[in-house]
Unconditional design. Structure first.
Length: 185
Protein backbone atom coordinates (compact mmCIF):
# COMPACT_ATOMS: atom_id res chain seq x y z
CA UNK A 1 0.00 0.00 0.00
CA UNK A 2 2.73 2.48 0.91
CA UNK A 3 4.64 2.20 -2.37
CA UNK A 4 1.46 2.22 -4.42
CA UNK A 5 0.48 5.56 -2.85
CA UNK A 6 3.95 6.99 -3.48
CA UNK A 7 3.76 5.83 -7.11
CA UNK A 8 0.28 7.33 -7.51
CA UNK A 9 1.50 10.60 -6.03
CA UNK A 10 4.39 10.81 -8.50
CA UNK A 11 2.08 9.83 -11.34
CA UNK A 12 -0.20 12.72 -10.31
CA UNK A 13 2.81 15.09 -10.43
CA UNK A 14 3.68 13.79 -13.89
CA UNK A 15 0.11 14.22 -15.11
CA UNK A 16 0.11 17.77 -13.75
CA UNK A 17 3.33 18.62 -15.58
CA UNK A 18 1.86 17.10 -18.75
CA UNK A 19 -1.16 19.40 -18.47
CA UNK A 20 -3.59 16.61 -17.62
CA UNK A 21 -5.00 18.54 -14.68
CA UNK A 22 -8.26 16.65 -14.06
CA UNK A 23 -6.49 13.29 -13.91
CA UNK A 24 -3.80 14.73 -11.63
CA UNK A 25 -6.39 16.24 -9.29
CA UNK A 26 -8.30 12.96 -9.00
CA UNK A 27 -5.15 11.03 -8.07
CA UNK A 28 -4.06 13.72 -5.61
CA UNK A 29 -7.45 13.52 -3.92
CA UNK A 30 -7.12 9.74 -3.53
CA UNK A 31 -3.59 9.95 -2.16
CA UNK A 32 -4.47 12.81 0.20
CA UNK A 33 -7.39 10.82 1.60
CA UNK A 34 -5.17 7.79 2.23
CA UNK A 35 -2.30 9.76 3.76
CA UNK A 36 -4.67 11.83 5.89
CA UNK A 37 -5.75 8.64 7.69
CA UNK A 38 -2.37 8.87 9.45
CA UNK A 39 -1.64 12.58 9.14
CA UNK A 40 1.05 12.56 11.81
CA UNK A 41 3.03 9.76 10.17
CA UNK A 42 2.58 11.28 6.72
CA UNK A 43 3.17 14.91 7.65
CA UNK A 44 6.06 15.56 5.22
CA UNK A 45 4.30 13.64 2.44
CA UNK A 46 1.13 15.67 2.98
CA UNK A 47 3.15 18.89 3.05
CA UNK A 48 4.62 18.01 -0.33
CA UNK A 49 1.20 16.97 -1.64
CA UNK A 50 -0.16 20.41 -0.71
CA UNK A 51 2.74 21.92 -2.66
CA UNK A 52 1.73 19.89 -5.70
CA UNK A 53 -1.86 20.94 -5.19
CA UNK A 54 -0.72 24.58 -5.08
CA UNK A 55 1.30 24.16 -8.27
CA UNK A 56 -1.69 22.60 -10.00
CA UNK A 57 -3.92 25.49 -8.96
CA UNK A 58 -1.24 27.99 -10.01
CA UNK A 59 -0.90 26.37 -13.44
CA UNK A 60 -4.66 26.70 -13.86
CA UNK A 61 -4.59 30.37 -12.87
CA UNK A 62 -6.30 29.92 -9.50
CA UNK A 63 -3.86 32.11 -7.59
CA UNK A 64 -5.94 32.57 -4.42
CA UNK A 65 -6.43 28.81 -4.08
CA UNK A 66 -2.77 28.20 -4.91
CA UNK A 67 -1.68 30.62 -2.21
CA UNK A 68 -3.93 28.91 0.35
CA UNK A 69 -2.50 25.49 -0.58
CA UNK A 70 1.14 26.64 -0.54
CA UNK A 71 0.60 28.33 2.82
CA UNK A 72 -0.82 25.02 4.09
CA UNK A 73 2.20 23.20 2.68
CA UNK A 74 4.67 25.50 4.40
CA UNK A 75 2.73 25.23 7.67
CA UNK A 76 2.83 21.41 7.45
CA UNK A 77 6.59 21.58 6.87
CA UNK A 78 6.78 23.74 10.02
CA UNK A 79 8.32 26.62 8.12
CA UNK A 80 10.08 28.75 9.19
CA UNK A 81 10.77 27.24 12.65
CA UNK A 82 11.27 23.56 11.84
CA UNK A 83 14.45 21.95 10.59
CA UNK A 84 14.72 21.56 6.82
CA UNK A 85 12.72 18.65 5.44
CA UNK A 86 12.78 16.91 2.07
CA UNK A 87 11.02 19.01 -0.57
CA UNK A 88 10.88 22.14 1.61
CA UNK A 89 13.09 24.01 -0.86
CA UNK A 90 10.70 23.01 -3.67
CA UNK A 91 7.78 24.32 -1.62
CA UNK A 92 9.60 27.60 -0.99
CA UNK A 93 10.32 27.95 -4.71
CA UNK A 94 6.67 27.26 -5.50
CA UNK A 95 5.61 29.81 -2.88
CA UNK A 96 7.86 32.40 -4.50
CA UNK A 97 6.28 31.77 -7.90
CA UNK A 98 2.74 31.83 -6.55
CA UNK A 99 3.23 34.98 -4.51
CA UNK A 100 4.91 36.67 -7.50
CA UNK A 101 2.00 35.76 -9.73
CA UNK A 102 -0.28 37.34 -7.12
CA UNK A 103 1.75 40.56 -7.26
CA UNK A 104 3.37 40.14 -3.84
CA UNK A 105 6.96 40.58 -4.98
CA UNK A 106 8.51 41.25 -1.57
CA UNK A 107 7.07 38.07 -0.09
CA UNK A 108 8.00 36.16 -3.25
CA UNK A 109 11.58 37.37 -3.04
CA UNK A 110 11.77 36.35 0.61
CA UNK A 111 10.59 32.81 -0.24
CA UNK A 112 12.99 32.56 -3.20
CA UNK A 113 15.93 33.71 -1.07
CA UNK A 114 15.02 31.14 1.60
CA UNK A 115 14.78 28.43 -1.08
CA UNK A 116 18.22 29.37 -2.37
CA UNK A 117 19.79 29.37 1.11
CA UNK A 118 18.28 25.98 1.93
CA UNK A 119 19.17 24.45 -1.44
CA UNK A 120 22.75 25.68 -1.25
CA UNK A 121 23.11 24.41 2.32
CA UNK A 122 22.26 20.83 1.34
CA UNK A 123 23.73 20.65 -2.17
CA UNK A 124 26.95 18.72 -2.65
CA UNK A 125 27.92 21.26 -5.30
CA UNK A 126 25.65 24.24 -5.88
CA UNK A 127 26.87 24.47 -9.48
CA UNK A 128 25.36 21.05 -10.15
CA UNK A 129 22.08 21.26 -8.23
CA UNK A 130 18.72 21.56 -9.98
CA UNK A 131 17.16 22.88 -6.77
CA UNK A 132 19.78 25.62 -6.52
CA UNK A 133 19.37 26.39 -10.22
CA UNK A 134 15.60 26.69 -9.97
CA UNK A 135 15.77 28.91 -6.89
CA UNK A 136 18.28 31.13 -8.71
CA UNK A 137 15.98 31.27 -11.73
CA UNK A 138 13.01 32.39 -9.65
CA UNK A 139 15.09 34.90 -7.71
CA UNK A 140 16.55 36.24 -10.95
CA UNK A 141 13.09 36.60 -12.45
CA UNK A 142 11.96 38.56 -9.42
CA UNK A 143 15.00 40.84 -9.56
CA UNK A 144 14.33 41.40 -13.25
CA UNK A 145 10.67 42.24 -12.54
CA UNK A 146 11.88 44.84 -10.05
CA UNK A 147 14.19 46.36 -12.66
CA UNK A 148 17.47 45.16 -11.12
CA UNK A 149 18.95 43.85 -14.38
CA UNK A 150 22.51 43.46 -13.06
CA UNK A 151 21.52 41.19 -10.18
CA UNK A 152 18.99 39.38 -12.37
CA UNK A 153 21.71 38.63 -14.94
CA UNK A 154 24.04 37.33 -12.22
CA UNK A 155 21.37 35.00 -10.84
CA UNK A 156 20.41 33.90 -14.36
CA UNK A 157 24.05 33.13 -15.25
CA UNK A 158 24.46 31.02 -12.10
CA UNK A 159 21.10 29.36 -12.77
CA UNK A 160 22.07 28.40 -16.33
CA UNK A 161 25.27 26.79 -15.03
CA UNK A 162 23.54 24.80 -12.26
CA UNK A 163 20.62 23.71 -14.44
CA UNK A 164 22.81 22.79 -17.41
CA UNK A 165 25.04 20.70 -15.17
CA UNK A 166 22.13 18.98 -13.43
CA UNK A 167 19.33 18.77 -16.01
CA UNK A 168 20.99 19.44 -19.36
CA UNK A 169 20.69 22.24 -21.90
CA UNK A 170 17.39 21.04 -23.34
CA UNK A 171 15.41 21.05 -20.10
CA UNK A 172 12.65 23.66 -19.90
CA UNK A 173 14.12 25.22 -16.74
CA UNK A 174 17.55 25.57 -18.33
CA UNK A 175 16.00 27.19 -21.37
CA UNK A 176 13.99 29.55 -19.14
CA UNK A 177 17.17 30.55 -17.32
CA UNK A 178 18.97 31.18 -20.63
CA UNK A 179 16.03 33.32 -21.81
CA UNK A 180 16.17 35.31 -18.56
CA UNK A 181 19.89 35.84 -19.03
CA UNK A 182 19.25 37.30 -22.49
CA UNK A 183 16.41 39.44 -21.19
CA UNK A 184 18.40 40.81 -18.26
CA UNK A 185 21.40 41.85 -20.35
Amino acid sequence: GFWLLVAEYHLARSLMLAGRFDEARALLDEVRAAWSANATGNRDRLADLYRTQAELQWLQGNIAEARSSIDKSLAEFGYPQAAPAPFLSAALTAAAQIYAKGGQLSEAESFAAAALRLSESIARDSRQSADVGEALLVLGSLKNARGDKTTAADYARRSVEALTNSLGQQHRLTQSAAALLQLAR
